[in-house]
Ligand binder design. Structure first.
Ligand SMILES: Nc1ncnc2c1ncn2[C@@H]1O[C@H](COP(=O)(O)OP(=O)(O)OP(=O)(O)O)[C@@H](O)[C@H]1O
Ligand SMILES: [Mg+2]
Length: 388
């Protein structure tokens, strides 16, 4: 255990700013308060809905949290990503696969699970590259399907340890053709005492509707947790440390500029730091960061021009105007519409709705209850504001 922990915290060679999935604790910034909160919810058997803007770090946080639980060896954890599942059968298969992967057949719990699984006559295939098993079940009736899903979750319920299941991209179940999935799941979840859930996703409106509408089965059944930006000082120290560990010294104003330019949005901050790392030598100053920003915008330009083709002239002009103001509180107000010559406020309102629906623009409400709008993709926002 100590050896594993040591390995996990060793300084790694190469670019430390990862752009894909969660890797090791040493390359993961902060989120200590969030982990404490998640631990306390888990201890108290509270189910959670975790939501945030896209790419803010929900999946990373879940994996970081699960890693810590695994190290303590108190609770069992199961992570299920249902992003690409199209129906409840695929959901059930994904869950069975996740349980099988978590409890390999060599463990006694794994043996018991395998016995249960066999009773459903599964097809088990192995990924040709990773060797990881994948379960595929066939159902002949809805009843059989629901019974299997219930059996899988009740299997976990009967283990001696608490089990925490994270279902990532949970809003996907709203797209399944079966209309009663929420009700089926809710009925099962309600009967479990030893299994707790983290339902996670980026479609804030869909999730809020699912968990806060009196008409929906999951109404008021979970505690919402909004994942905000990483604390500024923590992110600054993290960036300085990660460059420092690779013998690169970054100046203070360069770090401040990175966090300002990326609006401290996790993915964009990681991506800019990754680029700064790529192009820098031992000393990193503001000029190096400016160059990295230019490189990123140049690389993305071809994609940004594609967006232009997908939007009407009115939508495109509004997007530019929002990017130029960075944060806009009254996009249909006379001052903003006049400043950017956007024309008729009614058509601006229509364009705005369309940009929000397409997830090109974020519509958020600040702590004082004011509505505001920003271009969702931070790099696109910087490009629009600069280039046009
Ligand atoms: N605390 C962190 N420290 C460093 N990097 C992080 C942290 N959290 C997330 N990241 C990185 O930021 C990026 C986005 O994180 P992640 O995929 O977890 O976000 P998400 O909210 O799950 O995104 P999506 O909405 O697309 O599912 C990834 O590259 C991830 O490695
Ligand atoms: Mg995610």
């Amino acid at each position: 255990m100590h050896f594993v922990y040591y390995i996990c915290n060793m300084i790694q060679e190469g670019n430390p700013f990862k752009l894909r999935a969660y890797t090791i604790p040493n390359l993961f910034c902060d989120r200590e308060d969030e982990v404490k909160l998640l631990s306390s919810y888990a201890k108290n058997g509270v189910d959670i809905t975790l939501f945030s803007l896209r790419r803010m770090g929900k999946t990373g946080l879940i994996q970081h949290f699960f890693n810590q639980l695994k190290a303590k060896n108190k609770q069992k954890t199961i992570y299920v990503d249902i992003y690409d599942t199209q129906n409840i059968t695929a959901f059930t298969n994904r869950l069975a696969t996740a349980i099988l992967q978590e409890f390999p057949e060599e463990q006694s719990i794994g043996k018991r699970f395998f016995k249960l699984l066999k009773s459903f006559s599964p097809t088990i295939s192995f990924d040709q590259f990773t060797g990881v098993p994948e379960v595929s079940l066939t159902f002949h009736s809805d009843q059989q399907q629901q019974h299997t899903l219930k059996s899988l979750l009740f299997f976990l319920e009967k283990q001696n340890e608490q089990v925490i299941i994270a279902i990532d991209e949970f809003q996907q179940i709203a797209n399944y053709p079966e209309k009663n999935v929420e009700a089926i799941l809710r009925t099962i979840v309600q009967q479990l005492n030893n299994v707790n859930f983290i339902f996670s996703g980026s479609h804030k409106h869909l999730l809020i509707e699912m968990f806060n509408s009196t008409k929906r089965p999951f109404f008021s059944s979970t505690t919402p947790m909004y994942l905000d930006k990483i604390n500024e000082e923590a992110y600054q120290n993290f960036i300085v440390r990660l460059f420092g560990e690779q013998k690169k010294k970054i100046e203070e104003d360069a770090v401040s500029f990175i966090l300002k330019w990326t609006k401290r949005h996790t993915y964009y901050t990681q991506a800019l730091c990754n680029k700064v790392y790529q192009i820098s030598d031992k000393k990193i100053d503001l000029e190096t960061v400016y160059l990295a920003c230019d490189r990123i915008l140049d690389e993305q330009e071809v994609v940004f021009y594609q967006y232009r083709k997908l939007l009407t002239a009115g939508q495109w002009n509004l997007l530019i105007a929002i990017a130029k103001d960075d944060v806009v509180f009254q996009p249909t107000g006379a001052a903003f519409v006049g400043k950017y010559n956007l024309g008729n406020p009614t058509s601006v309102r229509r364009s705005l709705k369309s940009l929000v629906d397409k997830e090109m623009v974020i519509h958020e409400i600040d702590k004082n209850g004011n509505n505001y709008y920003e271009v969702y993709n931070c790099f696109l926002s910087r490009w629009l504001a600069r280039k046009l």
